[in-house]
Design a protein around this ligand. Structure first.
Ligand SMILES: [Fe+2]
Ligand SMILES: [Fe+2]
Length: 179
């Protein structure tokens, strides 16, 4: 199994876990405090879009350039990232109007669940077969650079966390607490 793809699959698991917790909380709306929703939006904008989609768009999808079918599929997934950003913007706009933004958030989450399933079941499997040891190592190195860049840009590491992986930062812990 490719270690680089394993990093992305692991991030998918973490994202889906956060989404599961959100959906549990939706059955008890008093657990959807403004603070919690803001923390969830930060996770979506930083961990999912900056970090995870950054790794896919700026590193992984480039490995499909020499495979026409894979490359057109990567293009579609890239367009879905853009569509996802518009859905997140709709959440921000609704909240700016004084609404909860929850229906918009649920729409984004349903959309991203479907996107993740497509990646896990199709493109990751094909790329995994096409990656040799060198390109796997190069991808891992690029992922680490992107991760460091995201942590520095959003200043999300607390003191003492400088060497942790982005998914293990204390910042996300509250999102994984059961409802
Ligand atoms: Fe993606
Ligand atoms: Fe993904």
């Amino acid at each position: 199994m490719s270690e680089a793809i394993a990093v992305l699959r692991d991030e998918h698991r973490r994202i889906l876990e956060v989404f599961d917790r959100f959906e549990q909380r939706c059955s008890e709306p008093e657990k959807l405090s403004a603070e919690y929703v803001e923390a969830l939006l930060a996770f979506i904008e930083i961990f999912i879009d900056g970090n995870h989609h950054g790794k896919e768009e700026r590193a992984l999808f480039g490995t499909t350039d020499e495979h026409p079918w894979l490359s057109s599929f990567a293009l579609l997934l890239n367009e879905q990232h853009t569509e996802g950003r518009l859905l997140v913007r709709a959440v921000r706009c609704a909240r700016g109007r004084g609404e909860s933004g929850l229906p918009e958030l649920q729409a984004f989450i349903a959309f991203l669940r479907d996107h993740i399933a497509r990646e896990n079941d199709a493109i990751f499997v094909s790329i995994e077969q096409a990656l040799d040891e060198n390109s796997n190592a190069a991808l891992l190195e690029r992922f680490a650079e992107i991760e460091r860049e995201v942590i520095a840009r959003w200043k999300i590491a607390e003191p003492g966390e400088e060497h942790r992986e982005i998914g293990d930062l204390r910042r996300w812990e509250a999102l994984l607490v059961g409802a």
